[in-house]
Design a protein. Sequence first.
Lengths: 124, 240
Amino acid sequence: MTATITQPIAWLDGPWWPYLALILFAVLPTEIWRWLAVAFSRRIDADSPALEWVRAVATALLAGIVAKLIVAPPGALAAVPLALRVGALSVTLAIMLFDRRRVLLAVLAGEATLIGGAYWLPAI
Amino acid sequence: MTVSAEWTWWRVALAGMRDALSLPAWVVGFGLVGIGSLARDVGYPVEVAVLSTMLVWAGPSQVIFFASIAAGAAWSAIAIAVGFASLRFLPMTVAILPLLRRPGQGVGMQLLLAHYVAVTAWTEGLRRLPHVPPPQRVAYFLGFANTCMATSSVGTFLGYYLIGALPIPFAAGLLCLTPIFFLASLTAGLRHRGDAAAIILGLALAPICDRFIGGGFDLIVAGLIAGSIAFALRPKKVAP
């Protein structure tokens, strides 16, 4: 897991590159949908099938991000065994399935599982 | 907290702020702590980390952005993945704007309001705004959303410096907040079996696609496949 980070685009590189990269590849692709929504909000039917599909893909993408962060985690999280990472996520999921309004409790219990497990398990 | 129609705009904004601080602002604030450390991992300055919170204002997009850079993905792939992860803002924004619309409201104000649309401000906004008198809603929403953004900016800033200094279990705990919080808020928004299918298939397909599809497009492919299957599985609407 020692892949090189994405290198700056050569002819745009410089001290401002991180800011430029943020604007071009994170802010614009995100903000464009909010702008389009303002432009179309009087015309789009919020219940149309196209928007249902968009919502389904967006939900799956978000779940995909969760899975990737757990399977191939960044930084210090990689020092915790996979089973514990999955276990923490399962605790959160179990509480949420039991009562969907308990977001805070679910998050805290998942966190307690991970942090507690990381302390108790030997040889980390 | 109930908002009276006679209140001045700043009192309404304060009410929004108080409601945000009752819990939601803390949840997003802690949830974005991990962003700071992700930004630090790729060697970007703290200003970029905090600006990403204020300007992107979408945890998943920020995670994809910094984590993809760390993985060495192509810039085009990063932009497309971020774009797709943010597509949900189109229907979300379309859904919330009618609640905030006022006669004579300019496009500039609508663009500003739309910028604050993200998972927390949206779910809470949809729930709370109908109880606020229409002329007071903009002030209330801005008070609420800006409070969330302020705690999140502080969280991102602290995460940038804190994570490296923490013992491994706590650093891991902070980094794990993002996936745990995303999963919790996804589950909180479950409406029907289509949503459940999207979550389960997304969780299952992403690691598989990660193994077989290169170049940073794995997440998009996984999302498209899982989302389309989930869309096909959604219950048909009963005619009203």
